[in-house]
Design a binder for this molecule. Sequence first.
Ligand SMILES: C[S@@+](CC[C@H](N)C(=O)[O-])C[C@H]1O[C@@H](n2cnc3c(N)ncnc32)[C@H](O)[C@@H]1O
Length: 469
Amino acid sequence: MPPTATAGAALQALKAAVIARTGLAYYADKDAALARAVAGRLKHLRLADLEGYLPRLKPPGGEAEWQELIDAITIGETHFFRYAAQFDALRDLVVPDCLARRQAERRLRIWSAGCACGPEPYSVALLLDHVFGYLLSGWEVGILGTDINRRELERAEQGAFSEWDLRDLPEAFRARYFERAGRGLRLLEPYRRRVEFRLQNLLDDGLEFARRNQGQFDIVLCRNVMIYFDPEGCRRLLAALHEALAEDGWLIVGHAEPHFEIANLFQPLSAPGTTLYRKQVGASVRPARPVLPPLTIAAPVWPDPTPGPVPSPEPPPPVQDTTTPPVAPPPAAAAPADPMTEVRQVANAGDWPRAEALCLARLQQDSLDADAHFLLGLVLGQRGDPAGSEASLKRAVYLDRRFALAHYHLGMAAAARGDAAAARRALRNVHDVIEPLPETTAVRAGDGLSAAELGGLVELQLGALEARR
Ligand SMILES: C[S@@+](CC[C@H](N)C(=O)[O-])C[C@H]1O[C@@H](n2cnc3c(N)ncnc32)[C@H](O)[C@@H]1O
């Protein structure tokens, strides 16, 4: 006879202990499902019945068996880019808003609470890289995935997934971020490193973690976790997530789980196909309309230099006339295939002086390199030289009138110094350049940014300019 997790007092005792420890009230009326889930443990331990199993959960040594049991009873259904509308909202609203609010600190923290084997936090990491990579250079981005199931977390760290896990992954992501591994695919190592995974019980040490990290997170995803909890468990968890979120931080829950307590703590905001929640601070009620991000998405808050036309119709002044004092070029080294690759790497590491020196060295070799002017413009912006930045960006668009990203950054620069008309003109230039392109076309110097994605950013910025009129 196979071992059985018999009904009766032992099962009721186990159920009560499971719910008290994990919050999984889901099992309250699912005796058969719990019995099935625990049957594997009985078999493994060669136990005939649950009466013999319960003592194994007690000290000493009970903790290890608890972990085995939890690994067996939690439900880890997940996949990459699950609920596409929520990832669209992250791309179009939530991340741009966070980028704008965190310009000064250049720090972004995201928590995937109940992440199972990792597709949720990894999807966020890939979205950030693919759409916002070039904007986030030099930022400190922390993505944390936590779960109560240790085995799921081990899988997450390995980053190996089945075709089924990747069923909603956009094709461009598959080719760029994964390698074949057996019958499935493995996330490439540099991207695996972008998420930190930790074992955590959201209703136990997770509550303490939220308290210790008060106001630290810009975005918390807690999707398809609370559906397994009872109302009191949800209430405690929501209060903790509220505490962990920064002022105006965003909470994203699964479609099926708006809880009455959410409305008390968070401001609901409608986005296409989904509802998002924003931390409410104090008693003030904000209008229930989509939030349009401020205009500083791609640029630091710049001081107020003299306004100028965008883009400049004049030919570019010689490079040595730049307002930035010349910086000694770095010592000669083996040149990478694309001279700008090294600039990007150095800029990503936040070494702006060296990035500037590399750009200037490149321009001494070829003063007509539009990419070098463009990157120099971004670097000078980071170094607090808005006039020099704008001059370099103008050179880039003079050399290539179809340089959409350079127009875009000129628009951001104009908006930052308060010239909304010039900002609108530059953003319309972007639109004119990308409109005839197929949506998936990678834009020049965009590090994988597609024409459609840049178009979305332009719409967002034009909307924000309208809202400010
Ligand atoms: C259905 S999965 C959701 C995965 C992912 N958030 C998504 O929506 O695709 C639910 C996850 O919540 C985890 N979980 C359940 N109770 C938990 C608790 N008390 N603390 C932390 N994680 C828990 C489970 O282990 C499981 O991996």
